[in-house]
Design a protein around this ligand. Sequence first.
Ligand SMILES: [Zn+2]
Length: 194
Amino acid sequence: MSQLIPAAAGAGLRLKRGEHLRIIDPQGGQSGDLMAFSADGRQRLSNGRTFDYGGKIYLSTGDVLWSDHSERMLTIVADDVGRHDFLYAPCSLEMYQIQYGVTDYHANCHDNLCAELRKLNIVPEPLPTAFNFFMNVDVAKDGRLVFAPPRSRAGDSFIVRAEMDLAVAVSCCPASTCNGGAPPRPLAFEIVRE
Ligand SMILES: [Zn+2]
């Protein structure tokens, strides 16, 4: 049974080593943020270490997401979409203020992820870069970062396997720039215990 993550909201869960997490885009074209800490909170997801050991910025089936202590956290074992971002920091209230001139509170992945991790008794801040699944960013020859709509179609998903006991948070990204200009739509997930 999959659980829905409402548009612009977050969800938290714990994974035991060997368990699988499937993340689904029910309607298509929606990106999100995946954050992982070791179950004891000491190790954090690290895009830099992942680039060190993987040697590439685009990750898909067979690739490993590493911790800041150079241990394997998650392996991507299936991927319908094949394009994700691991460069951008989670969107934050300050980002909406600086880039979009927002003056009131705006839902954001940083706060969603931190809130869900705190519910799991993890101290989240400073929050590292999340794995921005389905977010489609090209690097131009001159180094500019170019957004394109997510390639995920309705029902597409990817699956990660936990390589250690983990506390995990997922955020349904409310930034229209990351979602082909559309307002946020829900995501869903299911834990596969074998
Ligand atoms: Zn976001």
